[in-house]
Ligand binder design. Structure first.
Ligand code: URA
Length: 209
């Protein structure tokens, strides 16, 4: 079973509270999403492989480490996941970025892919899928499926707020995927929104309501 890691650092809690506040506008909302994602990514990248490297300080040789951030692939789920990708890229500027667009068919309620453009994936790719609201988990499950079909197998899901229903759904279908989030909220309402959540993350990022 994949891990669920809730990053409950005071800085994250503080910033998330401002994001939840309905009075917070898109500028601050976008900035905070980026900042929190950076803080979550700091933890989520803890197990990225590092290699030994010797450097010369002005005084002596020092054993150090480096990692290959070109092996990192960030995959935002459109559209709200885009707001998180920038936070990871701030830490890992040479990462590749793939994009996946998914909608839910209103009749079948199935997740349908409408866009997928990913870099070449292989066993060495370390993949971070971003989606701020892990609600039903339908989009995340589908995105992870698409990534696996294209050869990715080291996948971590990064969300801002998760609902227990979404966490369970992802863990049931993709038990190999770890989930990092800033908060685990109470439940979903009848419309699939996270309670208390923060409303529609896409609308709040891009002022579409
Ligand atoms: N998507 C959102 O933007 N918010 C929710 O609460 C659930 C899904």
């Amino acid at each position: 079973m994949g891990k669920l890691v809730v990053i409950d650092h005071p800085l994250v809690k503080h910033k998330l509270t401002i994001m939840r506040d309905e009075k917070t506008g898109p500028k601050e909302f976008r900035e905070l999403l980026k900042e929190i994602t950076l803080l979550i990514a700091y933890e989520a990248t803890r197990r990225v492989p590092v290699y030994k490297k010797t450097v010369r300080t002005p005084l002596a040789e020092a054993e150090g480490y480096y990692f290959e951030d070109n092996k990192i692939v960030v995959v935002p789920i459109l559209r709200a996941g885009l707001g998180m990708a920038d936070g990871i890229l701030e830490l890992l500027p040479n990462a590749s970025v793939g994009h996946i667009g998914i909608y839910r068919d209103p009749e079948t309620l199935q997740a349908v892919e409408y866009y997928a453009k990913l870099p070449k994936l292989d066993d060495g790719s370390v993949i971070f899928v971003t989606d701020p609201m892990l609600a039903t988990g339908v989009s995340a499950i589908k995105a992870i499926e698409i990534i696996k079909e294209q050869g990715g197998n080291d996948i971590t899901l990064i969300s801002l707020i998760a609902a227990p229903e979404g966490v369970k759904a992802v863990q049931d279908v993709h038990p190999d995927v770890d989930i990092y989030t800033a908060a685990l909220d109470s439940h979903l309402n009848d419309h699939g929104y996270i309670i208390p959540g923060l409303g529609d993350a896409g609308d709040r990022l891009y002022r579409t309501k």
